[in-house]
Design a protein around this ligand. Sequence first.
Ligand SMILES: [Fe+2]
Length: 302
Amino acid sequence: MKIERALVGLLNNPVVPAVVAHAPDLVEYIDVIPDRLWYDFEFGEAGGRRFRRVTGAIEELKQCAAGRVLGGHCIGLSLPSAIPLDLAMAEEVALLARELEFQWFSEHLSMFLVAHGSVPNAQAGLGLPVAFDEESFEIIRRKLVILKPMLGCRMLMENTAVFTPVPDSDMSEPQFLNRLYSEADCGTLLDLHNLYVGQQNGVLSSRQYLEEINPACVEEIHIAGGDELAGFYTDSHSGLTPPEVWEWAYEFGPRFENLRAIVFEFHESYFEKLGMQGIVEELERMHQLADRLASRTQSRVA
Ligand SMILES: [Fe+2]
């Protein structure tokens, strides 16, 4: 499928409906986090149901969805974890995917669930890095085989924000993503700000990374801003996109012929700091980027 122009959008959060109402023409796409649309009572509640939906948020999202494209962007499936796929959660995600008509679906190339004491699926509290080796590849590949038909849409995996070197990897992250694309029919959600995080923490060279990844893999881009915590630069989604991230988007973006969407991630707790006008200006810059990438791709095809 040839994509004419990448859609511009936002990661959903409780203030996104207000942004959509304020600037409806600037938001074409919304990345929806299913995990934020339910409460998970994994160990049971009085009614015996595990998932209880946040119905108000879902209804609000359905109103925002009119005339827009939606995709799923999940956190809780924790595909690289060694435990089996959480089928009950996957089914709940699949229900939402059908109801909200997700056009594609992404998960993270990091672990949010880890074994701890007697519990095989303790919440890590943040995304822990994965050793990129054959074992991790097989764990993810097998889960994708189960998950893809349940969701009925294209799957992407997102590169992670890393703060320290990860020992014991046989492949680099781009090599791992290239293999997911060629051997597991799974695209890449390339978070350019996560590359910035790795670079600021001295873990990776973003340019080397961007040279190494197969451009055909990249079907969605995330941009964001972060800040420092305890001597580390973090992916806190607290600010506007840094200039270097924009540079990489303009320099490497024209290679990404399968790019479907460019998404700005901000956390709602920083909405006051960013301001409505700040988010509008970020969206306008993203539209300029999408136009530029579309014109370069078309001129190359011509
Ligand atoms: Fe992201």
